[in-house]
Design a protein. Structure first.
Length: 139
């Protein structure tokens, strides 16, 4: 196998493992084996939905961060610290220069791994919700 494929599979595996761990903790916290089939399907739906939505939101946060949305916060915090450091004002930098330097040094991380695994787990949760709705919901 190519090295790039191995790295991609490893990243997908890590994301899937983290999501499975979150789903396991949700299932464990709700007492999966102590309920009826209908409640167990609801628990599975909750577990997969929660883990999927958390990873999908994490991927969104990675995307926003990679685009430079949090550079302004870093600039403000840096200037606050420099205000209290002796001779810190001598190293003052304009925001436009700071942003250009940060974006030049920024590394684009792969958000597709948490995004795709998050969407898979989210869709599994939706499937369990549809199964519960079709089989057990009495309107």
């Amino acid at each position: 196998m190519k090295e790039k494929t191995k790295v991609a599979l490893k990243n997908y595996g890590i994301c899937a493992f983290i999501e499975a761990l979150i789903a396991f903790f949700v299932i464990w916290s709700k007492g999966f084996f102590a309920h009826s089939l209908a409640v167990n399907i609801q628990i599975l739906s909750d577990a997969f939905f929660v883990s999927g939505i958390l990873m999908t939101l994490f991927a969104g946060l990675m995307f926003v961060s990679g685009e430079g949305a949090f550079i302004g916060v870093g600039f403000v915090l840096r200037n606050v610290v420099l205000a209290f450091v002796p001779m810190g004002r001598a190293r003052h930098e304009v925001y436009a220069d700071y942003r250009a330097r940060k974006l030049k040094n920024a590394q684009k991380s792969g958000i597709r791994y948490p995004l795709l695994t998050g969407l898979v787990f989210l869709s599994i949760g939706i499937v369990f919700t549809v199964i519960w709705y079709k089989a057990f919901y009495n309107a």
